[in-house]
Design a binder for this molecule. Structure first.
Ligand code: FAD
Length: 286
């Protein structure tokens, strides 16, 4: 199943998972997938390390498992630290496993790893994938602009290059203030980007995530979000419930605002995914 065909029929609701750390067993994540499939997502995407991690074999196994469980898989594929030969090998592996959907990415530039020169931008990878086979290709987009871009406008110009290179649909970076998504979407449409855009939603449900949000994530933290996190940060259960409620509130507003899809960063937490799915399933395709 190619994901692009889904957008013609419905509002897409998808999940993202990541492969287990080397210290935990693959069975744990298989149990997670088993629980997530009960929620009947339109697809599950699996992250892939840009740095050539040995976890990448697990990412491919995980995507195969998603398929085996009857859910459409999407594999992420960052290119900046790989040669054409390496990407070609991975594409053959993806094809042999019957995986049809790829999220084509540049990957973050790590100052300690000099980038390989074959792919400088995700658009280079998209062209290459298209020359290699019949895949559905998604690309990333950034409602608040990519941190490397000099402005949102310039980032959208570059996004247009990705779409023109053959991206079939887009998945957004997480955000906590929907007005950024709406503004970005309007600008994207005005600049001629007419592929479906899924809104990426990250439920923030524990203190570790809050700390990461504050230090590394480029997303703006609205006053309402900060107030909730400060109020409940020392009460794990209340924080979890407040984080879930915040994400549901965002999703309800996005659906009412005509979002073509919601991509939930599940953080491999089926409890959180279930609470959110249960809350929005009655309104997602109204
Ligand atoms: P690009 O589209 O190449 O953009 C990167 C920068 O270059 C931007 O500033 C853009 O404006 C500029 N640019 C783009 N094209 C051009 C051009 N043709 N000419 C000039 N400038 C250009 N990373 C991982 O390592 N593994 C993952 O699994 C992963 N999953 C992700 C999933 C989602 C939904 C998102 C939003 C991000 C994910 N990332 C992942 C992170 C991503 O790799 C980084 O955000 C990375 O820094 C940029 O990747 P990109 O594909 O958007 O790059």
């Amino acid at each position: 199943m190619k994901i692009r065909d889904l957008f013609e029929k419905k509002t897409v609701f998808s999940f993202e998972v990541f492969p287990p750390k080397k210290t935990s067993t693959i069975d744990v994540i298989y149990d997670t997938i088993d629980e997530l499939r009960e929620l009947n997502p339109d697809f599950i995407s699996v992250t892939f390390s840009a740095g050539g991690s040995s976890n990448n074999a697990l990412a491919l196994d995980l995507a195969s498992k998603v398929k085996e469980y009857g859910i459409t898989p999407m594999i992420h594929l960052p290119c900046i630290n790989y040669t054409k030969d390496e990407i070609s090998g991975t594409l053959s592996e993806i094809q042999n496993r019957g995986i049809e959907n790829i999220l084509a990415l540049r990957g973050d530039i790590n100052p300690e790893i000099p980038p390989k020169k074959d792919f400088l931008h995700a658009s280079d990878l998209i062209e290459y994938i298209n020359s290699k086979g019949e895949f559905d290709i998604a690309a990333a987009c950034y409602p608040e602009g990519h941190p490397d871009a000099e402005s949102l406008e310039r980032d959208i110009d570059n996004l247009k290059i990705k779409v023109n290179a053959g991206a079939d649909h887009l998945i957004s970076q997480l955000f906590f203030d929907n007005s950024y998504f709406y503004y970005f979407r309007e600008k994207a449409v005005c600049s001629g980007i007419n592929v479906p855009i899924e809104a990426g939603i990250m439920p923030v449900v524990n203190k570790r995530q809050i700390e990461r949000m504050v230090t590394t994530c480029g997303a703006s933290l609205p006053h309402k979000f900060v107030k909730i996190m400060q109020k409940y940060e020392h009460n794990p259960e209340a924080l979890r419930d407040a984080g879930i409620a915040y994400a549901i509130d965002q999703i309800v507003d996005l659906l009412a605002g005509g979002a073509e899809g919601i991509h939930l960063y599940t953080m491999n937490n089926p409890y959180v995914a279930r609470k959110i799915s249960d809350a929005v399933k009655g309104i997602i395709n109204v």
